[in-house]
Design a protein around this ligand. Structure first.
Ligand SMILES: Cc1cc2nc3c(=O)[nH]c(=O)nc-3n(C[C@H](O)[C@H](O)[C@H](O)COP(=O)(O)OP(=O)(O)OC[C@H]3O[C@@H](n4cnc5c(N)ncnc54)[C@H](O)[C@@H]3O)c2cc1C
Length: 405
């Protein structure tokens, strides 16, 4: 298979094509997502094929599919639960980068308790009318479509009256307001939905059965990796230039994500520069940080290997998400010890041009986004360790009767 993809790339990769045309070629040949079924743009190969093919694409200096919520969350969700018409309409333009996506799950009153959402969808002929508010919606300010969760049955228990839609974002009923964070960036938004419209055929799965679909998206979200943008190098050609511009635009939203992860990579150099490498406590904390980080990387590699063998996303998703928070906080602690009060200073003359300060105000987000640390602990406790379920008084009663806010 490796030989086959290399041979295909040798015959078809052309760095001067418009990016979209190149990606159409990749999709048509089934090499964009080789593990997908043949009927859905893939080659029906085992899951490990995806890794081998993306490595072959990188080795050839060629360009693959775009980054983001589209390929990371929307495509696998539609592949698992979408109707044929939805797959037909959305998979190809998602893989070519023609359309972009955001995720409208969280609401002002519902984040961890996602199934308590109150954005309402009501059928109106061939359409659905949506009213409510979403929040923390990353990249919604430039997304074309959203993965939307709504309440459609208020008399069913809370997990059973939810419906999942693909929502077209460019319409009058949707107002997107960016939110500024304490680190100065504005990567997410609050969304006001006032009589927004969704065609009936954009329903994902069955009416009132959206929770099952949402679980698929969440399982992929815990594995979601924001990789570093491709570096500008001396490779030339229109396809590469366009892919670099696309990545640059995309990563604007995520510029602070490396800082959110703690920037453990800076710690040794900063310790040496500040002549603190001989301090016993500093040495101890740095060693502990690297031990945690290495254990986390190995767990992630094990998870990756398990998925490549065809296992669906498992508990490593929660374990990895939790470990990433622990590593980020340990790194922030070491940075604080090294920087002292100087770590509070921002701007060009500050430590590492303000990067250390940005680490300190970005790390808290690591423990919240994609499900908080406490929620990951609940999942691990209940589903992995088999501990008793968290007590709940609102699971089996009509949603309408549950006290809210
Ligand atoms: C950087 C970032 C990007 C995000 N992007 C998106 C996005 O694109 N789309 C989207 O829909 N959402 C997004 N979110 C929202 C995110 O999913 C929620 O913030 C998260 O699920 C927590 O929900 P909440 O903020 O309502 O906190 P709450 O649920 O109100 O939690 C408050 C506190 O209570 C704790 N808690 C809650 N329930 C329990 C429990 N059962 N047991 C123990 N402790 C509990 C929590 O751990 C937390 O400490 C993003 C968040 C961040 C920080």
């Amino acid at each position: 298979m490796r030989a086959e993809v290399r041979e295909w790339l040798a015959a078809h990769w052309d760095a001067d094509l418009p990016l979209r045309v190149w990606r159409e070629r990749l999709v048509d040949a089934g090499w964009a997502c080789p593990s997908w079924p043949r009927a859905s743009l893939g080659r029906g190969l085992p899951p490990w094929a995806d890794d081998i093919v993306s490595r072959a694409i990188a080795d050839a200096g060629a360009v693959g599919t775009p980054f983001g919520v589209g390929t990371g969350l929307a495509a696998p969700t539609l592949l698992a639960h979408g109707s044929d018409a939805l797959k037909e309409a959305f998979l190809r333009p998602t893989l070519t980068g023609e359309i972009t996506w955001c995720q409208l799950f969280s609401e002002p009153g519902n984040g961890s308790d996602l199934a308590g959402l109150t954005t309402r969808a009501e059928r109106d002929g061939e359409e659905w009318v949506v009213n409510g508010q979403k929040v923390w919606s990353t990249s919604a300010h430039h997304a074309d479509f959203a993965l939307l969760l709504t309440r459609t049955d208020w008399d069913a228990p809370k997990h059973r009256g939810i419906t999942y839609f693909v929502l077209p974002m460019h319409q009058d009923g949707i107002e997107v307001r960016p939110l500024r964070q304490m680190n100065g960036h504005a990567s997410f938004n609050e969304i006001f939905l006032t009589d927004a419209r969704v065609p009936d055929q954009y329903l994902v799965g069955a009416v009132d059965e959206g929770w099952r679909v949402a679980l698929t998206t969440l399982a992929h979200e815990r594995q979601f990796r924001t990789v570093a943008p491709p570096r500008a190098d001396d490779r030339q050609g229109r396809t590469i230039r366009e892919a670099a511009a696309e990545a640059e635009e995309y990563f604007k939203t995520y510029r602070w994500y490396p800082q959110r992860a703690g920037r453990a990579d800076l710690v040794l150099d900063v310790a040496r520069e500040r002549a603190m490498g001989g301090d016993a406590i500093v040495r101890q904390e740095i060693a502990a940080l690297f031990a945690l980080q290495r254990a986390h990387q190995w767990t992630m590699q094990r998870a990756h290997a398990a998925r490549a063998r065809g296992r669906p996303p498992g508990p490593e998703g929660s374990l990895g998400k939790l470990a990433a928070s622990v590593v980020a906080r340990a790194a922030a602690r070491v940075h604080t010890r090294l920087a002292g009060a100087e770590g509070l200073l921002n701007g060009p003359a500050s430590l590492r041009d303000g990067i250390v300060a940005e680490v300190l105000v970005s790390v808290p987000a690591q423990s919240i986004a994609g499900g908080t640390d406490e929620i990951q602990r609940n999942i691990l406790g209940e589903r992995v360790l088999g501990l008793p379920k968290e007590p709940s008084l609102d699971r089996d009663v009509p949603f309408r009767t549950i006290p809210r806010n």
